[in-house]
Ligand binder design. Sequence first.
Ligand SMILES: NC(=O)c1ccc[n+]([C@@H]2O[C@H](COP(=O)([O-])OP(=O)(O)OC[C@H]3O[C@@H](n4cnc5c(N)ncnc54)[C@H](OP(=O)(O)O)[C@@H]3O)[C@@H](O)[C@H]2O)c1
Length: 337
Amino acid sequence: MSLPTLPTAQLGTDGPAVGVQGLGCMGMSEFYGPTDTAEALATLDAALERGVTLFDTADAYGFGRNEELIGPFVRANRDRVVIATKFAIERREDDPTHRGIRNDPAYVRAAVDASLRRLGVDVIDLYYMHRRDPAVPLAESVGAMAELVRAGKVRHLGLSEVTGAELREAHVVHPIAALQSEWSVFARDVERSAVPAAAELGVAFVPYSPLGRGFLTGSFAAAEELAADDIRRSQPRFSGANAAANTGLLDPIRKIAEARGITPAQVALAWVQQRAEVHGLTVVPIPGTRKRTRLAENTAAATLRLEAGELAALEPVAGLVAGDRYPDMAFTSVGRE
Ligand SMILES: NC(=O)c1ccc[n+]([C@@H]2O[C@H](COP(=O)([O-])OP(=O)(O)OC[C@H]3O[C@@H](n4cnc5c(N)ncnc54)[C@H](OP(=O)(O)O)[C@@H]3O)[C@@H](O)[C@H]2O)c1
């Protein structure tokens, strides 16, 4: 039996065509509680079978172990998979909460070789700068990334959590195929400057955490319910009074889901696809899941259409959210705008 497959979208003006929904692999190695590795690996295969071709990882996820985990899958399907990874967040095994931001050219050159080795491939399809260090001129960092393209180590470049102005500046140095930043029903700050800049430049937008890190699906209500090392415990909008206040924001999502016989996750994913149309840009959301059932549910949402009245009911949600996306917003685009 052949499964319904996804339509495709192009990353940037000269990037690859990928399924309109990608897969975030981060949770398979860290951050969101214990993982059944066999099921996670089966989810990778199930994704490809359904037309998902953009697979997202980073050197920081699981201290490199996420790249190692998905490497065999990438190699086994090398001509069908578009592998995206990232550099810039320096971590320490002896202090899992430590985050150093490195954008200097020497670091970029060392990081790409380490990612290539862990993935076991000879070229990375899409290489992102994960976070911006404003102390390093963008021309230097993106210049070093462009050298990797010329050296054949990387095919296309991406940036994450940069402002619209930073995206424009980088795009002059080398074409940027994709901007990856948080964008969902309840995280819309990117619509101020990053989204319009991407639309104008023809850069594809890759919304991360399109399910609000799971919160928009209703699968957890507060950080206190989560494992002790779950990263959502440190994110202001999931804690204490903020979480309690934000739970009510799920009501319109649930109402639409019930009336349509779909799930809250599907409402959230359909919203981000349609919101991109308003801004006139290409989006390839990368919901993260480690389970085949959820993968099927999520990919089914890629072609769902919400009605005007449903979109209107979701419009106020982001403006009512209590709490920031991160404890330190200086490392996000909106924190520097
Ligand atoms: N560039 C950046 O700075 C950045 C930051 C964060 C994430 N990312 C990337 O973006 C990807 C996606 O973001 P994310 O994982 O943070 O958040 P997300 O996609 O918004 O949500 C993921 C969470 O939702 C759960 N989930 C997925 N589908 C579900 C469904 N249909 N019903 C109920 N629960 C569901 C997942 O649990 P299960 O796994 O148990 O299904 C997981 O806990 C990551 O994997 C990573 O590759 C990038």
